[in-house]
Design a protein around this ligand. Structure first.
Ligand SMILES: [Zn+2]
Length: 309
């Protein structure tokens, strides 16, 4: 497949990783100043060739690719990091403090993903390789990375995961939201909360949304997928409303004694009906985050809450 690139600004290009041969599911954002390049998101292991071909098609020689920044360590965002470091041993991988141990040793991450995806895991995402300690850079909240001719500021943004950063590009004021900004397909007015287990935390997520609203960005770039300008408050409102509303449905279903399969069926119907009513094509949303993982995340969240109450 020939690379698909979208030029966002003079120095930022979206590489469409063409996950499963589909466009507009997983993005990697490439920054290049003619001297060195940085990526926000490596994407999963399975699309590493598409990533490198995309970077080269954007005019970046591989030896310029020095900074690999991941918003969080889920396999669709960071799965290629260790493989890339084998090919680009000079590259550094920038990660949240809670994510660093799992990039160094992906065993637990793989075990957790296997619970979710079973024997489809390797086919879906590929198998990540460990990132050598010498290539890992731990990034803290509010820390600034001076890379590829710009400065990226990290925002610790838990809720989707405890190892999540959003990054503001201080040159363009574009905000790279990973998964904490939700899943939204280009030119669609519908934001889906990706709520996989095991770390979903609705209150923390709502607080992270407030934190990112206060950033006053000029545009949002979720990894799934692309750049949104215009009414960013509308985007945040839509995400926050749905994140909480779906949580309430799952909570009510559990409270009335529904088992996990019944909750899944109920939510599948609810989400499909809601999207149909708004004339939204669900396919790309479903590839980016499945019903199963959305519902499993909410169920686990509420069960944990009742256990600790
Ligand atoms: Zn994620």
């Amino acid at each position: 497949m020939p690379p698909i690139l979208h030029r966002l600004t003079e120095n930022i290009t979206t590489i469409d990783l063409q996950f499963q041969g589909r466009t507009e599911v997983i993005a990697s954002y490439l920054f290049y100043d003619g001297n060195e390049a940085a990526l926000i998101e490596t994407g999963p292991a399975v699309t590493v060739d598409n990533l490198l071909e995309g970077a080269q098609a954007a005019g970046v020689p591989l030896e310029a690719l020095r900074h690999l920044i991941v918003t969080h360590i889920h396999l669709d965002h960071s799965g290629a990091a260790g493989i890339l470091v084998r090919q680009l041993p000079w590259a550094r991988v920038y990660v949240h403090p809670n994510g660093a141990p799992h990039l160094a040793d992906p065993a637990k991450l793989l075990a957790s993903a296997t619970r979710l995806y079973g024997d489809k895991l390797e086919w879906l995402w590929g198998i990540p390789l460990p990132v050598p300690a010498g290539n890992l850079v731990v990034v803290n909240d509010q820390e600034e990375l001076r890379v590829a001719g710009t400065t990226l500021r990290a925002f610790d943004t838990p809720g989707h995961a405890k190892h999540h950063h959003a990054y503001l590009d201080t040159r363009s004021d574009l905000l790279f939201t990973g998964d904490v900004g939700g899943v939204r397909m280009p030119s669609v007015r519908y934001v889906r909360p990706p709520t996989p287990p095991p770390e979903l935390d609705i209150e923390a997520w709502v607080a992270s949304i407030a934190k990112l609203r206060a950033v006053k960005a000029t545009g949002l770039c979720p990894t799934h997928f692309g750049l949104f300008r215009g009414n960013l408050d509308w985007h945040w409102n839509d995400l926050e409303h749905r994140l909480v509303a779906w949580g309430e449905i799952v909570r009510a279903e559990i409270a009335r004694g529904a088992n996990d399969d019944a909750v899944l069926e109920q939510m599948k119907t609810h989400i499909a009906t809601e999207m149909q009513a708004q004339n939204v094509d669900a396919t790309a949303y479903d590839v980016a985050v499945s019903y199963e993982s959305i519902v499993a995340g909410y169920i686990r969240y509420w069960k944990k809450k009742t256990e600790t109450a």
